[in-house]
Design a protein around this ligand. Structure first.
Ligand code: ATP
Ligand code: MG
Length: 282
């Protein structure tokens, strides 16, 4: 089971004087349970790409297959797809609108036509999954902190029971603590529920810590796709397209250039700490 993009190409304003390629011949297959980081500078096509994966945007050419079936083939239910492939938009709190948190989270499952009992069960479970304390459930979503609002928005998608969770910069504008909390929760959904995660991020540090796989976009094309550690080896090419490897990669490269026999492939602060301690203890 997987999500697959075949020769995915998309033009905004197709056939007008303003037509512009946002995606060019993008190919990939994401198997069940993978944690994928999607990175690229602004305007590189990340948001356009992920909106194809749940059918919000239809390819100009090429195909999206979910579990082997073209999602735009005749008779395919995009509504059902959207419950299986959940998309959390950038600044999702702008889409909160119900009078209280609980009602907001109920919106998705209600739309899918579940019984009242099932809707309630799903909303409770989703709010517990994102660890939003029960005392907030009857409050207006607008009274919550930025991080809490974000969690309500994620719960709203989780309540639909998705197999794949796609998040467009879920930590944008949060303080470091709010950021870590959200990312740790996403990792838990991946580890404990086996959910496939596609995380759009601007932070190489976050990708290095959380993702199994990193896809890098540049001007609508996929330019790197692999294990984060392998992709970071191309840090010079990443810099050429306005990106960079995690900071700690530069430090370990500099140490090596100065003759310190530190290991290869260090991309997180924890790995650097362990490698340096090992050297000191030798
Ligand atoms: N609604 C639209 N109409 C016309 N062009 C658009 C539209 N949305 C995006 N584009 C263009 O398509 C390209 C890809 O945009 P997209 O929003 O997918 O990039 P992104 O990687 O998500 O950027 P960011 O990091 O800023 O969120 C850009 O050149 C952008 O200007
Ligand atoms: Mg975007």
């Amino acid at each position: 089971m997987s999500i697959k993009a075949e020769h995915l190409t998309y033009k905004y304003g197709d056939g007008t004087a303003f037509e512009q390629y946002a995606l060019k011949d993008v190919n990939f297959e994401i198997p069940d349970g993978q944690f994928v980081g999607l990175i690229g500078h602004t305007g590189s096509g990340k948001s356009t790409l992920i909106q194809h994966l749940n059918g919000l945007i239809k390819p100009t050419s090429g195909r999206i297959l979910y579990n082997g079936t073209d999602i735009h083939s005749e008779g395919y239910s995009l509504k059902k797809l959207r419950s299986k492939v959940g998309l959390v938009f950038q600044y999702p709190e702008h889409q909160l609108f119900e009078i209280d948190v609980f009602s907001d989270v109920c919106f998705g499952p209600k739309n899918l036509g579940f019984s009242d009992e099932e809707i309630k069960k799903r909303a409770e479970e989703a709010l517990r999954l994102v660890k939003l304390d029960e005392k907030f459930w009857k409050q207006s979503p607008f009274e919550l902190s930025g991080g809490q609002k974000r969690r309500v928005a994620i719960a709203g998608v989780l309540a639909m029971g998705p197999e794949v969770l796609i998040l467009d910069e879920p930590t944008a504008g949060l303080d470091p603590r709010g950021r870590d909390e959200i990312l740790d929760q996403i990792r838990e959904l991946h580890d404990k529920k086996g959910m496939t995660i596609i995380l759009v991020s601007h932070s190489m540090e976050d990708i290095a810590r959380y993702a199994d796989r990193l896809m890098v976009m540049n001007h609508g094309e996929k330019v790197f796709d692999g294990a984060p550690k392998d992709v970071f080896e191309h840090y010079k090419e990443l810099e050429a397209i306005g990106l960079a490897a995690p900071q700690v990669t530069y430090i370990t490269h500099a140490l090596k250039e100065h003759g310190v026999p530190i290991g290869d492939h260090i991309t997180t602060v924890e790995e650097a700490r362990d490698a340096i301690l090992k050297l000191l203890n030798q």
